[in-house]
Design a protein around this ligand. Sequence first.
Ligand SMILES: C[C@H](O)[C@H](O)[C@H]1CNC2=NC(N)=NC(=O)C2=N1
Length: 99
Amino acid sequence: MAGTLDDAAVAERLGGLPAWSRDGDAIRRRVEAPSFMAGIDVVADVARAAEDADHHPDIDIRWRTLTFTLSTHSAGGITAKDFGLAARIDEIAARHGAG
Ligand SMILES: C[C@H](O)[C@H](O)[C@H]1CNC2=NC(N)=NC(=O)C2=N1
């Protein structure tokens, strides 16, 4: 589908984002926050970044563990937009002391 990255391009970009891995038509990372509320703050900042980018992750919250899953539904796969938001999520997690 137009805009989707091929397997080699996905693998190359994942090389620059070591916390992320591929799962089919999506990329995913887990974030461990220092506390439940710190995790919620991460989610709130990611939500703002997602709105700015008009690109929205799936988010799973389990106490201090957050899982972010990114895929471009309109394109039917992984695009540069997913990697752009992944980099933002890494910055936000680091700012909140989450890893
Ligand atoms: C109209 C709007 O741009 C689209 O619905 C956007 C919104 N956020 C989105 N987020 C994601 N992850 N995939 C999309 O295809 C998508 N589409």
